[in-house]
Design a protein around this ligand. Structure first.
Ligand SMILES: Nc1nc2c(ncn2[C@@H]2O[C@H](COP(=O)(O)OP(=O)(O)O)[C@@H](O)[C@H]2O)c(=O)[nH]1
Ligand SMILES: [Mg+2]
Length: 207
């Protein structure tokens, strides 16, 4: 089976549940009080997608301002980005505008190669979870190609489906990236074939 590894980062204010969402998926456990995440680290989850075995690195970052500049180091090389907010706290969705801009500035390869992005509203189990309205979410997505999921790490609602969908998109992006990188080499080879002068020069150089 073909093996791949993808890097996925979770961004969002502190206390929205990033660590709980990851723990639910990787260990199927929920702890009421997780320690505030310091800086960033990742957990691994193996996912089977068709003929591929994918190791998904889930990068957990600290939402606190004082770690913000540190988190940026982890934006690079991502194959997908998950923006997490708390469905019962509208300000946590508003806070994500800044993160999205930052991620696009720092974490993307070039204009045409922006890693797939996802918006995740956590704590769906709470009565207050209707505080963030569908209009708020629509405004944030702003007709971009951004997948939206409502989940609960606590009640384990929508978590597996969300990560599996994201893993598939991340793998797809990684392959697109690899193909793009191959193009210059293929063009160079073709040029060599069509160019006997260069071929001669090459062979004389080796003899
Ligand atoms: N009700 C409810 N509480 C949650 C859920 N996910 C996380 N929490 C709580 O939210 C708080 C912050 O979670 P944590 O994962 O540490 O947030 P982080 O700072 O984004 O990593 C903790 O007290 C969790 O128990 C959820 O789905 N539902
Ligand atoms: Mg955390």
């Amino acid at each position: 089976m073909e093996e791949h590894e993808v890097k996925v980062i979770l961004l969002g204010s502190s206390s929205v549940g990033k660590t709980c969402v990851i723990n639910r998926y990787t260990k199927d456990e929920f702890t009421q009080s997780t320690m505030a995440t310091v800086s960033a680290g990742f957990q691994l989850k193996e996912v089977r997608i068709g003929q591929y075995s994918v190791k998904m690195q889930l990068w957990d970052t600290a939402g606190q301002e004082r770690f913000a500049s540190l988190s940026k180091m982890f934006y690079r090389g991502c194959h997908a980005c998950i923006f997490v907010f708390d469905l019962s706290e509208p300000r946590t969705l508003q806070a994500l505008y800044k993160w999205r801009t930052e991620f696009i500035d720092i974490g993307t390869y070039d204009k045409d190669l922006i890693p797939p992005m996802f918006l995740v509203g956590n704590k769906k189990d709470l009565k207050k979870s209707t505080k963030v309205t569908p209009t708020d979410v629509e405004n944030w997505i702003n007709n971009e190609e951004i997948g939206y999921f409502m989940v609960s790490a606590y009640k384990c609602i929508g978590i597996n489906e969300m990560f599996e969908a994201i893993c598939e998109k991340a793998l797809h992006f990684k392959m697109k990236l690899a193909n793009k990188k191959e193009i210059p080499t293929l063009l160079a080879e073709k040029e060599d074939d069509d160019n006997p002068t260069k071929e001669n020069k090459d062979s004389s150089c080796c003899s």
